[in-house]
Design a protein around this ligand. Structure first.
Ligand SMILES: [Fe+2]
Ligand SMILES: [Fe+2]
Length: 172
């Protein structure tokens, strides 16, 4: 039987959070020589993403819905993106966070609208992560060293990849 919209959304969001955990894990891994404030921020963001992933995992389990088939690929893709951008430094780290979170926030808002009055538990799960995602976006957007290259090259590529992950996840 085809999964309900809420179940598909929870699956995709769960896989997406796994991707996000791995972006920050990859970035943190390769920027050990960089400043302490950046490292602390990456660790803090990663802890948030782990909490989000656990929220969606618990909700999927409660419903007896299996995780998304894209789950492992999301983790791997996130990790590779994290390592590559972590090597390139602050500007690219901030550009990735802004690009990913912008797409994520837009999708979460659509999901919340669709689920309002339809599925209270799914709505509550998504609502509970919204403030964290907004703060990730806003804090990364404040990074003064965005440069010219990163926003131009990385943002469209990362936005497109994030859209693709969400689109395919909803089909799987
Ligand atoms: Fe998240
Ligand atoms: Fe986030």
């Amino acid at each position: 039987m085809a999964l309900a919209y809420a179940d598909r959304v929870l699956k995709v969001d769960h896989a997406g959070e796994h991707g996000a955990v791995n972006i920050y894990r990859g970035q943190r891994l390769v920027c050990s020589w960089r400043d302490e404030a950046l490292k602390r921020e990456l660790e803090e963001f990663r802890a948030h993403e782990e909490r989000h992933r656990a929220i969606f995992a618990a909700e999927l389990e409660r419903r007896g819905v299996r995780r998304c088939r894209s789950y492992r690929l999301c983790g791997l893709g996130g990790f590779v993106l994290g390592v590559l951008t972590g090597i390139c430094g602050r500007a690219s780290i901030a550009a990735v966070t802004v690009a990913v979170e912008r797409v994520v926030l837009r999708h979460l808002e659509v999901q919340l609208r669709e689920l309002e009055g339809v599925d209270a538990a799914a709505h509550a799960a998504i609502s509970s992560i919204l403030d964290d995602e907004r703060s990730h976006h806003d804090r990364a957007a404040q990074e003064p060293r965005q440069g010219i290259f990163w926003p131009r090259v990385l943002k469209p590529a990362v936005s497109a990849a994030t859209e693709f992950v969400i689109w395919t996840g909803m089909k799987l």
